[in-house]
Ligand binder design. Structure first.
Ligand SMILES: CC(=O)[C@@H](O)[C@H](O)COP(=O)(O)O
Ligand SMILES: NCC(=O)COP(=O)(O)O
Length: 260
């Protein structure tokens, strides 16, 4: 399984303060040296985390392939074509969303996606489409000329978290998923089934299959069982975990500097 480590979330922290700490290039070096197989970044239209200069520096210094996620906005596309990542993954974007809420609408935006794929292919950049796990979206992705699909695992991850974590007792409980446990269990099984069917179909028609969004240390084992999925892109949970695997040392180091 290829592990794509999404380092956007390091830039989220940096941008919250508008400083240069944590340095995204340090995140790149640590990920490259620690077993990642690929680096994933998302150059959002609103530049809420990764900036153009980050993308350019990451591409310059990465020892691993870089999967650059972007929308179908033409200004963004022309930047991506110039940056020449190892792959571009086309994703939907909404200005008001907290994170990517669903897959690309490959039907409504068929012409725009087709144009984007053409531009990227002209720049010799392979294309993946970030889609919901439905057979129709997979078929359409192939028809539009993508080499790969990334199955959006957000619905699966949300149901999993409402069933198996403290999310439902927090301020960020997902209102529409405040359901009896048996119903959540049924939804979880259905969402896994959808991912399995979509992955099998994608592989059958000659698409490479990745998956990502909301995957973490507790739910990733479900994806590992699906043989057709050969790549996972994971960000938030890795960066969140690193706070706790690194916090003790960070406090100790500051204590040493502040001890007379
Ligand atoms: C498309 C996608 O799923 C990733 O880009 C990931 O979620 C990154 O985080 P943001 O949604 O915060 O950009
Ligand atoms: N495409 C999904 C991705 O890159 C990482 O998503 P997340 O783990 O940050 O939710």
């Amino acid at each position: 399984m290829t592990l794509g480590v999404n380092i956007d979330h390091v830039a989220v922290l940096r941008e919250a303060r508008r400083v240069n700490d944590p340095d995204i290039l340090n995140a790149l070096y640590v990920a490259c040296a620690s077993g990642a197989d690929q680096i994933t970044i998302h150059l959002r239209e609103d530049r809420r985390h990764i900036q153009d200069i980050d993308a350019s520096n990451i591409l310059k210094h990465s020892t691993l392939p870089v999967n650059l996620e972007c929308s179908i906005n033409r200004d963004i596309l022309s930047i991506v074509c110039k940056l020449k990542p190892h792959r571009a993954t086309l994703v939907p974007e909404k200005r008001e969303e907290v994170t990517t809420e669903g897959g690309l609408d490959v039907f409504t935006y068929e012409d725009e996606i087709s144009y984007a794929i053409e531009q990227l292919h002209d720049s010799i950049i392979p294309v993946s489409l970030f889609v919901d796990p439905t057979l129709q979206a997979i078929e359409k992705s192939k028809e539009l000329g993508a080499e790969m699909v990334e199955l959006h695992t957000g619905s699966f991850a949300n149901v999993f978290a409402m069933l198996n974590s403290s999310l439902s007792h927090s301020n960020h409980s997902i209102k529409e998923l405040e359901l009896p446990r048996y119903e959540l269990q049924e939804r979880l099984e259905n969402s896994i089934e959808d991912i399995i069917n979509a992955a099998k179909h994608a592989k059958k028609i000659g698409l490479e299959v990745a998956a990502g969004h909301g995957l973490n240390y507790h739910n990733v084992s479900y994806m590992m069982k699906i043989q057709e999925i050969t790549e996972l892109n994971i960000g938030q949970s890795i960066i969140a975990r690193s706070v706790f695997s690194g916090l003790a040392n960070a406090v100790k180091e500051m204590k040493r500097l502040t001890t007379r």
